[in-house]
Unconditional design. Structure first.
Length: 353
């Protein structure tokens, strides 16, 4: 299950980078964001741990369930929309809609929300709502995984690293974060078991015995999918920038993720203890592509690649705005004089030169 959002999310991240739709523009993670991320994540994790210790777990999970119920429906609808378009007939009455919220008036008017959608999107939203109600009422592991997969795929698609160095900083910082909070304390395991929200993928170990009503789960946090996933997606965009019609670094990092995840499961069954997946995923996802780059002599190209610096033909950038002053009448008169006067070469005085 973890491989699906990484593979398809990486493919969709390429088209997302070329999208003209402002609502689908990716969020770029800079090196400063990457350095602060483990600190912010640690504070959030510790805060959740203290909340579960101080307040009733039932009420906290009820509040979180409602929050992730709304987010899950939106994420799942966005995920299945491209697939559902194939099932609609050609004569389907598809109408366009726009949800627009603005603040202020006149020249100071500012857009807060500008979302365009159509009838097909509403159908996808209705189907996702059925899954949301199922999750809210039953907390079934299949509904949890559908939301978890949607969150992961959207994370890989819409979160972009700007370069490989930033990816190494992010993965290295979360490597230390994961090892400390799993091996150093019981905070991570306690929160993961107490947190009833689709922030993890679960799979029943007693599936053959109890079927769909199984209750003994193995779990994998969504961070162990999204964080390596956005790095793998970056390597796919780097492959495309090389224009060699090969996806060597993408497939290498994808195989490295499979190897690291398999090693995590193996160690977990050997020692019968929860394992920080990033302990094995980070060295694999960074080390394997780096070895390939060393063998091909492309280390410099890899670390000099800037994903956010790509300027696509359909996205021109306006670096400055022309200043215009005066009344409309005076501007019209001056424009008419410039058009009626013959062009003469302007001579510069020695002082100006």
């Amino acid at each position: 299950m973890a491989l699906l959002p990484i593979f398809f999310g990486a493919l969709r991240s390429v088209s997302c980078a070329k999208s003209k739709n402002s609502s689908e523009m990716p969020e770029t993670i800079t090196s400063r964001d990457a350095a602060r991320f483990p600190i912010v994540a640690s504070c959030t994790l510790l805060g959740l741990y203290l909340f579960f210790k101080i307040f009733s777990q039932e009420y906290i999970n009820l509040l979180l369930s409602m929050y992730f119920f709304v987010l899950g429906i939106l994420a799942l609808s966005h995920t299945i929309s491209p697939m559902m378009n194939r099932f609609f007939p050609a004569n389907f009455p598809n109408k366009q809609y726009q949800l627009l919220f603005t603040q202020g008036s006149g020249e100071s008017k500012e857009e807060i929300v500008n979302y365009e959608f159509d009838t097909k999107d509403l159908v996808c939203l209705a189907l996702s709502s059925v899954v949301g109600v199922w999750y809210l009422l039953r907390k079934h592991w299949i509904a949890n995984n559908l939301f978890g997969l949607a969150f992961s795929l959207n994370g890989v698609e819409l979160l972009h690293l700007n370069n490989v160095s930033t990816g190494c900083i992010l993965l290295g910082g979360l490597f230390i974060y994961d090892v400390f909070w799993v091996f150093g304390t019981n905070v991570m395991v306690t929160v993961a078991k107490s947190f009833e929200a689709p922030i993890k993928l679960v799979f029943p170990q007693d599936l053959l015995e109890k079927g769909l009503e199984a209750d003994n789960f193995a779990m994998l946090g969504l961070g162990d999918i999204v964080i390596p996933g956005i790095f793998i997606a970056l390597l796919l965009r780097f492959d495309i920038s090389l224009k060699k019609n090969t996806h060597t670094y993408f497939y290498t990092s994808f195989v490295a993720y499979i190897f690291g995840l398999g090693l995590t499961i193996f160690i977990m069954h050997i020692f019968k203890h929860a394992q920080p997946a990033l302990l094995y995923l980070v060295p694999a996802c960074i080390g394997f592509p780096l070895l390939v780059a060393l063998a091909k002599g492309e280390v410099t190209e890899m670390f000099s690649y800037e994903s956010s610096a790509e300027i696509l033909p359909h996205t021109p950038r306006l670096t400055h705005f022309p200043t215009v002053s005066g009344s409309p009448a005076s501007l019209a008169d001056s424009m008419q004089q410039k058009l009626s006067c013959p062009r003469r070469r302007r001579q510069q005085s020695p002082s100006a030169m």
